[in-house]
Design a protein around this ligand. Structure first.
Ligand code: AMP
Length: 222
């Protein structure tokens, strides 16, 4: 399976992608995670990207696309992948088509996690992330068992610097302007599946799994 997850920040792309990747044995490619790794490693790319990320702006297409292309050189993508956080602009959608063509891949589905603004703001402003394993928690929706410690690995939980209220608003505006046209791009290619995603993560995951089952069944019939 080769899947793209689309949707605003806070739609649950990362949460869903982590579980799906594990259950289905797919590579999880998150451009946000790759960029944050570059920032914490202090690479040239990380230094360039950090300013944009702190403001909630998009990192320039060329930088992110170059980084993604390198990620596609790793062999794990051959068993299938879930792309989370890319493409975020029409230009990136076109670049992705080129990268995939070079690799001989094609996308099965672009799943749009349709989420309302109020849910996005509530989710992001309470989100906590584990420094060690990257697991996500939420102050009220999914609190950790021990305050500020990860249930999975005991690592320290922190609030992402771009999850502050002002930055969230900016990220939503950027999303509406730059990223929402990408939804039509995949609709026109008959690849888009729109799923309501305001509900809690477990319920959304069930809908996504049903969708995959339907897709696999239809492939078997063919
Ligand atoms: P995310 O973890 O997906 O919410 O991404 C966090 C931040 O990384 C975004 O607000 C952007 O600044 C940057 N970023 C991640 N993916 C992309 C992308 N495909 N294009 C441009 N910027 C990106």
């Amino acid at each position: 399976m080769k899947i793209i997850l689309l949707g605003p920040p806070g739609a649950g792309k990362g949460t869903q992608a982590k579980v799906l990747a594990k259950q289905l044995g797919l590579a999880h490619i998150s451009t946000g995670d790759l960029l944050r790794q570059n920032v914490s490693d202090g690479t040239e790319l990380g230094k360039e990207a950090q300013g944009y990320m702190n403001k909630g702006a998009l990192v320039p297409d060329e930088l992110v696309t170059k980084m993604l292309k390198t990620r596609f050189d790793r062999p794990d993508v051959r068993n299938g992948f879930i792309l989370d956080g890319y493409p975020r602009t029409l230009k990136q959608a076109e670049s992705l088509d080129e990268i995939l063509k070079e690799k001989g891949f094609s996308i099965d589905k672009a799943i749009y996690l349709d989420t309302s603004d109020s849910v996005v703001i509530q989710r992001l402003s309470g989100r906590l992330v584990c420094r060690k394993c990257g697991a996500n928690f939420h102050i009220t929706n999914m609190p950790p068992k021990v305050s500020m410690a990860c249930d999975n690995c005991g690592g320290e939980l922190y609030q992402r610097s771009d999850d502050k209220e002002e930055t969230i608003k900016n990220r939503l505006e950027v999303y509406k302007k730059e990223s929402s046209p990408v939804i039509n791009y995949y609709a026109e290619k008959q690849k888009l599946e729109r799923l309501p995603a305001d509900g809690e993560a477990g319920a959304v995951l069930e809908t996504v799994m049903l969708l995959f089952k339907k897709h696999n069944d239809s492939l078997k019939v063919k």
